[in-house]
Design a protein around this ligand. Structure first.
Ligand code: NAD
Length: 297
C-alpha cells in the first residue's frame, strides 16, 4: 500500500479518492472547497492544508481538475517544487494535449515520473470504481501507473507516450459526439416519415446503422432501460462536458492540421444546445433539438 496525494475532489475526484482509500492506500486529499474536503474526510482520506503539503508526503500524486490551466498551475507551482524525489505524478483530468505534454516534460525534467490518464465514464463509474483510463506515459512506467489506477478502474489502457492519453480521449469523444448526432437525426427522420421509432430501433440495431449510441445509450426513451433518455435526460454525460471535449478536439485538430469537418459540425451543434440552456442535460437530449421538441425537456 502506498501514500497517494489526491488533488481535486469534485464530482469525479470524490469517488476516485474514496476508492483508493477503500483499497487500503493512505490518501492525502486537497481541494480548494471545504465541502469537498469534508466529504473526502468522511470517505476515509486524510486532509492536507495545501497541494504542496500533500505532495511532499506522498509517493504518488493524482490530479483531477477542471481544465488545462488548473493542471499547469498545480503541477508547476505546487507538485514539482514539493513532491518527493522520484514520485509518480498522474493527471486524470481531461485537458488539451499541449498542456498535458508540457506538464509531463517539466515533471520529467525535474526527476519525476509522469502520466496523463484521462477517464471514460462519469460520476457513477467514478463512485463504482469502473472508469476506463487511457494512459500516456513512458512504457517503463506503465505497470506502476496501472497498479495505482486499478482500484478505480474497469480498464487501464496504455495509449502511448506523454499526451497520448488525452489524444485518445478527445478522439474517442469526438467519435461518440458525432455518432450520437447521427442516431438522433435518424430517429427524427424516422418519426417524420411515419415510422414507429421503436420499430426503427429494432431494425437499425440489427442492421448496418448499429452502434453504441443506438444500442447501449438510445436517445429515444424505451428500448435501453439504463439510458438517461428514460429519466428525463438527467445524469449521464452532461452536454457541457461533451461540448468541452469537442472544443478540445477542434483546437487539437487545428494545431495538427487534421481535417475534422464532422467534429466541427458536432461541436457547433452541442454548443448551440448548451447555449439554449441545456448544458446540464445528458448529451443524448440533443434528440429533442432535432425533433423541434425542446419544450418537452
Ligand atoms: P468538478 O468541477 O466537479 O471538480 C473539480 C474540483 O477541482 C473542484 O472540487 C474544485 O474545487 C477543484 N479545484 C479547482 N482548482 C483547484 C486547485 N487549484 N487546487 C485544488 N483543487 C482545485 O469537475 P469534475 O466533474 O470532477 O471533472 C474533473 C475532470 O474530469 C474534468 O477535467 C472533466 O472534464 C473530467 N471528466 C468529468 C466527467 C464527469 O462526468 N463529470 C467524466 C469524464 C471526465
Amino acid at each position: 500500500m502506498t501514500t497517494i496525494a489526491f488533488i481535486g475532489l469534485g464530482n469525479m475526484g470524490a469517488g476516485m479518492a474514496a476508492n483508493l482509500a477503500k483499497a487500503g492506500h493512505e490518501v492525502l486529499a486537497f481541494d480548494l472547497s471545504a465541502t469537498a474536503l469534508a466529504r473526502a474526510q468522511a470517505a476515509g482520506c486524510r486532509i492536507a492544508a495545501s497541494a504542496g503539503e500533500a505532495a511532499a508526503a506522498a509517493d504518488t500524486v493524482i490530479t483531477m481538475l477542471p481544465a488545462g490551466g488548473h493542471v499547469s498551475q498545480v503541477w508547476t507551482q505546487s507538485l514539482i517544487p514539493n513532491a518527493k524525489a522520484g514520485a509518480l505524478l498522474i493527471d486524470c483530468s481531461t485537458i488539451d494535449v499541449d498542456s498535458a505534454r508540457a506538464v509531463s516534460a517539466a515533471a520529467v525534467a525535474a526527476g519525476f515520473r509522469a502520466a496523463d490518464a484521462p477517464v471514460s465514464g462519469g460520476i457513477m463509474a467514478a463512485e463504482a470504481g469502473t472508469l476506463a483510463f487511457m494512459v500516456g506515459c513512458e512504457a517503463a512506467d506503465f505497470d506502476s501507473v496501472e497498479g495505482i489506477l486499478t482500484p478505480m478502474a474497469r480498464a487501464v489502457i496504455h495509449a502511448g507516450e506523454a499526451g497520448a492519453g488525452q489524444a485518445a480521449k478527445i478522439c474517442n469523444n469526438m467519435l461518440l459526439g458525432i455518432s450520437m448526432l447521427g442516431v438522433c437525426e435518424a430517429f427524427a427522420l424516422a418519426e417524420k416519415l411515419g415510422l414507429d421509432p421503436l420499430r426503427f430501433f429494432d431494425i437499425a440495431s440489427k442492421s448496418s446503422g448499429q452502434c453504441w449510441s443506438l444500442t447501449s445509450y438510445s436517445p429515444w426513451p424505451g428500448p435501453v432501460p439504463s439510458a438517461p433518455s428514460n429519466r428525463g435526460y438527467e445524469g449521464g454525460f452532461l452536454t457541457s462536458l461533451m461540448s468541452k471535449d469537442l472544443k478540445l478536439a477542434q483546437e487539437a485538430a487545428a494545431k495538427a492540421g487534421a481535417a475534422t469537418p464532422m467534429g466541427a459540425q458536432a461541436q457547433a451543434l452541442y454548443a448551440l444546445f448548451e447555449a439554449q440552456g441545456y448544458g446540464q442535460k445528458d448529451f443524448s437530449a440533443v434528440l429533442q433539438l432535432m425533433r423541434g421538441r425542446l419544450a418537452d425537456l
